[in-house]
Unconditional design. Sequence first.
Length: 252
Amino acid sequence: MNDQELAGRRVLVTGASKNIGRAIALDLAAGGAHVALVARQDRAGLDAVAGEIAQAGGTAVVLLADVSDEASVRRMVEDAAAQLGGLDVLVNNAAVRNEAHFEDLTFARWREVMAIALDGAFLCCQACLPHLAQGGEGAIINIGGLTAYTGARDRAHVVAAKAGLDGLTKALAHDLAPKGVTVNLVSPGLIDTVRGGPSSAAEPTHHKTHATLLGRRGKPSEVAAMVRLLAGPQGRFITGQTIHVNGGAYLP
């Protein structure tokens, strides 16, 4: 792969302050892309990622936004486009992956997960579309999850949101192809990430019942590598696809 195959591409990455989002932002910037880093609250995390990108000679801007709020999303997209000179790629990575027994799952918790993972992707896609369509080579890359295909205990809200994201990907691939915008979903599974905090399970229950064929957990950088492919010139004939990065934990 050309080390600067993304030179001149303007990319917005939600949920970019840590783990898979951080790895995606770093890899896209390493490919020459100018990156807008987005999180809801973690300004320190975003600043750290932006610092890593700058230290490597890349360009990044930092934005705080709530992807579940339409007005916030529109401000975020316009700020990103203004600072980067446009947008060519959207990566919808923001998500909440907490766990709850179904009988204890409140509607408020259900809505929180749906609002960020699924509603947020819808809002970001719609707000970004005028920019993505301008050059005729736009790309939307949604980040899904293994349990959308296998199911899992205590994750009805997460499974439903990620399964919906898969459906949205396929529908938008049809709708946006005439505009030259590709739409794909990358589905990570059993990735070695740092978890914790009030909205996340420290260790997902389904990790105990799934195993990879390769005998190890994946790395965030391995998910990022697939996103980089789809964001660049070598991914222009790929659309409407779900691409699994899980070491063989799930074989569709």
